[in-house]
Design a protein around this ligand. Structure first.
Ligand SMILES: Cc1cc2nc3c(=O)[nH]c(=O)nc-3n(C[C@H](O)[C@H](O)[C@H](O)COP(=O)(O)O)c2cc1C
Length: 421
């Protein structure tokens, strides 16, 4: 769906923002900014670039460990700004694009995280999103006074309950609770502010939150993971799944599996968008695109160079698909995306730019117009919030029933919380 009332299905696009590029040698590519990760002006400029191309969101990934050895394999992930801090500065410089911040609940407390996300949603006027990951890095435990990295079951048991608490806290202020009527001297309507009284396996949280309900009602939730527990959490809670599918057959299987699981939770296919990551190197001609790719690879440290995957595949300077994505001219790249989009493998993509800003500019100048020409991508935003871009309605507040007599939204919260409404 387009989110503007029309039934035509359009892709959703995000930009995976790694300041020095998603290619290990991206920071060495001519025109790239090797120092971009710490220059907020640069980060804001790149965000505005994709906002002009009507991207759905800018994606700020995160990890809670580092290793200087990453400088050779993944310098963009070696060190970077904390995502909420960067997200707030991006919000101030933009007006439409969604801002996705990654936060691992294993190392947060629900009250803090609900507050951070609600604050970012207010600052951005409804453009915040939480990418919920349970963390790939076992070594993170040692940075958070934990004796060990929890296993999958415990991380997801914790994450499931964590999401319940965060969602309840976002609802703890009804819309309109802040009256601020100077004439009558009424600042708030106390009857519209609710404790959540959550008492579960891991969390005891009384509430209410100390931030008014986020403009989006519920902040958009992204999820990335691979295990069965991850798929269940995503199918039940996520508005967007950031998928790791690398080829179309497994992409279709993953897509069908998630949509099927979502249906079992009473959700429609349109309620959940599945966006694989896609590395794109595009130029006016295939030959130029392949030359860019070769130049990039030649800048890798000797030990990191990969075998030439072109050899024996398509022969000369033709479209090249590798384990990262697609290298080609605008028509070839759009064909590739369209095939995923129209054959049940993707609802759009999280674009990985191998170097920044050049590869981002190339996508916005060459691929986006081609997708628009095909009627596959929006020419204008239809609204001002991230939910609008995704075509998602603003959810009803579960606590509203008492005040309005309307039926409360379904809740997986402990009965104590619901009783409090
Ligand atoms: C596409 C994708 C993106 C991910 N991004 C992050 C990330 O930014 N930070 C992080 O700590 N883990 C990230 N992960 C890892 C997951 O949090 C998780 O640890 C991993 O997928 C294995 O466990 P699971 O599938 O059981 O969740 C990502 C996983 C996938 C598939």
């Amino acid at each position: 769906m387009t989110g503007n009332g029309s039934t035509r299905r359009e892709m959703h696009l995000g930009l995976m923002f790694w300041a020095t590029g998603t290619h290990a040698a991206g920071w060495r590519y001519p025109g790239s900014r090797a120092d971009g990760a710490y220059d907020i002006g640069f980060i804001q400029d790149v965000t505005r670039l994709v906002e002009r191309a009507k991207f759905d969101f800018l994606f700020l990934g995160d990890r809670l460990v580092t290793d200087p050895a990453l400088a050779k394999t993944n310098p963009a992930q070696m060190s970077r700004l904390e995502p909420f801090t960067a997200g707030a500065a991006i919000a101030a410089a933009t007006s439409k694009i969604g801002i996705v911040v990654t936060a691992n609940p294993t190392y947060y407390d629900p009250y803090n995280l609900a507050r951070l996300l609600a604050s970012l949603d207010h600052l951005s006027r409804g453009r915040a999103s939480w990418n919920l990951v349970t963390g790939a890095d076992a070594l993170a435990a040692a940075n958070f006074s934990r004796a060990e990295h929890w296993d999958t079951e415990k991380r997801y048991d914790w994450a499931d309950e964590f999401v319940d608490v965060v969602r309840a806290l976002w609802d703890s202020w009804e819309d309109g609770a802040l009256i601020r009527d100077r004439r009558r001297g009424l600042f708030v309507d106390e009857a519209r502010i609710h404790p959540v009284n959550h008492h579960g396996r891991y969390f005891d949280v009384t509430g209410p939150l100390n931030v008014a309900r986020p403009p989006q009602g519920q902040v958009v939730l992204l999820h990335a993971g691979t295990s069965d527990r991850s798929r269940e959490l995503g199918a039940r809670e996520a508005d967007v799944i950031f998928a790791g599918s690398h080829e179309i057959t497994s992409g279709r299987e993953y897509y069908a599996d998630i949509k099927q699981r979502a249906a079992a939770y009473g959700r429609s296919a349109d309620d959940i968008q599945i966006l694989p990551g896609l590395s794109v190197i595009v130029a006016e001609t295939t030959r130029e695109a392949v030359a860019i790719r070769d130049r990039l690879d030649s800048l890798l440290p000797e030990v990191e160079r990969k075998p030439d995957v072109r050899a024996g595949a398509l022969g000369q300077a033709t479209r090249r698909r590798d384990e990262w994505g697609i290298t080609g001219n605008p028509v070839e790249v759009a064909d590739y995306m369209q095939e995923w989009f129209e054959t049940g493998a993707a609802d759009g993509f999280n674009i990985f730019p191998p170097f920044v800003p050049g590869a981002v500019e190339a996508v916005t100048e060459l691929v986006v117009p081609e997708l628009q020409r095909r009627g596959l991508y929006r020419r204008e935003y239809s609204g001002g919030t991230f939910r609008d871009h995704l075509g998602l309605a603003r959810p009803r507040n579960r606590f509203e029933s008492a005040a309005t007599g309307s039926q409360a939204a379904p809740s997986r919260l402990a009965p104590a919380a619901a009783a409090n409404s």
